[in-house]
Structure formats: C-alpha cells, structure tokens
Design a protein around this ligand. Structure first.
Ligand SMILES: C[S@@+](CC[C@H](N)C(=O)[O-])C[C@H]1O[C@@H](n2cnc3c(N)ncnc32)[C@H](O)[C@@H]1O
Length: 229
C-alpha cells in the first residue's frame, strides 16, 4: 500500500521589500526583523541606512522597479501635513497622491505612512501607537494599506505623563522625540534605533510598528511565495 505523501510548503525565497523615502531606516529595521530582504530609496544620501540603498527620486524609482518587489512601504515627507510648517509658511509638495498613483500602478500590496496632519489625505488609515508594543513613547503614526488589509493591536489607554516638547524627559515620563528634541541616547533606546542620529530619529517610525506590519504582510503574501518542498 502506498503511503500518503505529506507536502511541506516553504517560502521559495526571502520576500523583497521596497522602502520608499527611507531616511535612516526605522521602518526598514522592522521589516528586516519580520523576515524581508529590504531595499531603501531616498533622494538624499543615507550613510546610516543599514540595508541595500539606492539614492533616487522615490516616485520615479517605484514606477520603474516597484513591480519587482513583493511589498512596498512609503513614508512621504510629512512637512506638507505638519501644522508647524504650515504656520511658518514653508512650501512643501504634497507627495501622497502621486505616490499612491505610482504604488497602485505596480499592482503590489503596499502601506503608506504619515503623521496625524495627513489623515484627511490617507484612505482608511490604521493608527499604530508605541503603547501597543510596550514602547515608552506614544508616537501615533497612520498607515494606509493598499491591496490587502492591515489591523492594529488593541490600543492601551495612555497612562504615562508625556514630557514637554524639547525638554529633557523626566523619570517616569514618555518622550516625544520630534523637532529639536532633547535626549538622543534615550530616544535610541526607547524606539530601538541605536544606529541613528537626531535627524533620523525625529523622522523615524519605531521598528516595532513595521515588524507588526511586516508579519501581517508576510501572512498575506504566503500563498503566493510558497512552493512545495
Ligand atoms: C519621514 S522621512 C522617512 C522616515 C523613515 N520611514 C524611517 O522610518 O526612518 C522622509 C524621507 O523622505 C526623503 N525624501 C523627500 N523627498 C523625496 C523624494 N522625492 N524621493 C525620495 N526620498 C525623498 C527625505 O530625504 C527623508 O529622508
């Protein structure tokens, strides 16, 4: 009598992630931790970026190469959506709509991330908070998912007092780590970004957020990536 053959399904290769507007790689680290092979793109040189890096315009790059990746992350610069920058009369382009159009043209699943001021420009964004990942900072960030569904963990009530912006973080308080914040070493530890300087930290997503997104994205991608072993 022939025995039934058990077919084990394994990923054929490491899934490829394209990290647009990558800066110093906060988002990238979480995706790498989740299991992605990461390539970052930024218009400015990023010598601290820990993964493969391409200096280029993100929208031009994704239009040309985006379809070669399994999943795409895009963190458009947030200055256009920031209240402070608007009040200061600073002129920044709105990159969310053109980035979305370029992402959709690839046919790949994606997330676009931004700050609260950009929420009216994002489609059904999901909010992630540091407290969802036991980080000692709240740092709400908003994620539009395209071509798949992203869910957030339960949102714990904020109980810790928050340090005043730009002031040292007193014991027992949570830091904000934006603008010209005080306490680079503390911020590195709290957010899990030990390789970054102040410029990278003020812009970054804590890797814990994108590790959560990356794991969910891998579950979504699994049927397409697996082969019988
Ligand atoms: C908010 S930061 C990204 C932060 C990053 N996701 C992280 O978690 O560390 C935005 C980045 O977009 C870059 N940038 C601005 N315009 C760009 C463009 N047209 N193409 C590529 N990168 C651009 C900036 O140099 C900056 O590093």
């Amino acid at each position: 009598m022939t025995q039934p053959t058990r077919i084990r399904r394994v990923p054929a290769r490491r899934p490829r992630l394209l990290d647009l507007f990558c800066c110093q790689g906060g988002a990238a680290k979480g995706y790498a931790d989740a299991g992605f092979d990461v390539t970052g793109v930024d218009i400015a040189p990023q010598p601290r970026y820990p993964y493969r890096f391409v200096q280029a315009d993100a929208i031009a790059y994704v239009r040309e190469h985006g379809a070669a990746f399994d999943f795409i992350h895009a963190s458009c610069p947030c200055q256009f959506y920031s209240d402070t920058q608007r009040l200061m009369g600073n002129d920044h382009p709105d990159l969310i709509a053109p980035t979305r159009a370029a992402l959709k043209a690839t046919g790949r699943p994606y997330v676009m991330e931004n700050v609260r001021g950009a929420v009216p420009h994002l489609h059904h964004p999901v909010m992630l908070c540091g407290a969802m990942f036991a980080l000692e900072t709240y740092r709400h960030r908003y994620f539009e998912a395209g071509g798949w569904t992203l869910t957030a963990p339960p949102h714990p009530v904020h109980t810790a007092p928050v340090a005043k912006m730009g002031r040292p973080v007193p014991p027992g308080h949570y830091g904000q780590f934006v603008g010209n914040f005080s306490g680079v070493d503390l911020a590195r530890k709290v957010m899990g970004v030990p390789w970054m300087n102040r410029d990278g930290i003020r812009e970054c997503i804590p890797p814990a957020y994108t590790q959560h997104i990356g794991r969910a994205a891998l579950a979504h991608l699994a049927p397409a990536l697996e082969v019988a072993a």
